[in-house]
Every structure is written in C-alpha cells, then in structure tokens.
Design a protein around this ligand. Sequence first.
Ligand SMILES: [Zn+2]
Length: 234
Amino acid sequence: MMLMAQNIVERYLVLKNKYRNYDTKYALKRMQAFRLATQELSRKGYEVALEILGSINFGIVEPTSDVDCILFIECDLHKDHPNCPPHCANLTFVKQEISKFVLKRLQPETFNIDYLDSINLKYVEERIRVEQVLGDEALYCLLFYRNIGRPVNRPLFIHYCDELEENPDFLQEIIPWASEALIGYLHTNQHILSFNKYNERILSKGLHLPEGLQQELNEYLNANQSNQNDQPHN
Ligand SMILES: [Zn+2]
C-alpha cells in the first residue's frame, strides 16, 4: 500500500501511525482481551483473527466506547464463499465466544462489539492458490481492512496480504477502489465524531501533541470535507 504516494490512503496511514503513540490503558487492555479470545478459540479448534476499526486506532478509547471490528474466520463449511452466511454455525459460535470472553475479562466495563463484516480465509487461500485474485472484492476488502484497522492474531492472515501486495496487477486495481472506500469510511458520522472527541480529550487532559500533528489533522479533515460532494457512496 505504501506505493500509493501522497494519496488519501497513505495520508491516513501516516496519521494513524502517529496517533497510535497516544494509546490509552483502555485501548491496550482491549487489544489484549481480543488477543486472548482468539487464542482461546484456537485451543478449541477455531482459527480467527480480527481487525479493530474506529476510535481505538486513534487512542481515544473510553471504557464505554463500542468496538467495531472485522472478523476473519477459517470456515470449511463455506470455503467457496467469500463471506459465511449469517446462519453459519462457525461464524455464530466464534462471534458469541469472542464477545463473551472479552466482556467477561473487561467487566465491569460494558460496551457493544459490532461485527461490521467477515471474510472467510479459506476462500482467500483458495483464490490465491489458483491465482484468481483480480477483480475479487473480498480480496480488496481484506487488504483494505488490514490497512485501516488494528490487527488481532495477525499471523493467521498477514501472508495473504503480503502475497496480494506483491501482485502489481492487483495493486493497480485496488488503489482507486481503496481511496474511494476510505473516503466513504471517513465520512461516516461515527468517524467524524471520533476525531472531534479526540481533539476535546487532548485539550481537556493537556496531552502534548508533537508540533504540526494537530495542524496536519485539521488539514486532513478539511480536505476530506471538501471532497464530500464528490463522494458517490454517502
Ligand atoms: Zn461458514
């Protein structure tokens, strides 16, 4: 993804990495709880990984912040499908187990865990094996989620991302797609709210931002706002 010099995706990644230094103890505790949940599921024979999206990427997690995440699952029942259907027994089970485990570990904190999407890694594995990756939206999504989120159990799927990123034809395809998807994502009300909350928090707690970062954030948000009218998915 770093090939995309100066485009919106790259600017987002740079900003995300800078903010990551401001992790709260809640953010770290949550990441650990999700990590332990995937390890527990692995012991039970279910291989899963997650990308945590939203406020956790900008260090603005409070005990009541909801968690938005993407679930990566290895499901043999639906290996011909990029996504398991909602009634999939494996999918239902792992979602329940993760939520149960994480909420138990972090109690008395209470918050919602929303699974925004899921991808079947068995499908991904097969697409890559037979070298049919071009034009496949599930594979676009995999790489996109990997770049905008924060991974849990990364070793389970990172080799797929690496293989896709090494394919110049695939990269060529995904660059415009990802830019558009990112603009759509950033313009969700929730995301804008997160940034506003972040700024308030910095002001109220007197966190010291490196010189220029605040300005960079403002410019970035303003640039996105002015692009908003061009956004087809809003
Ligand atoms: Zn399934």
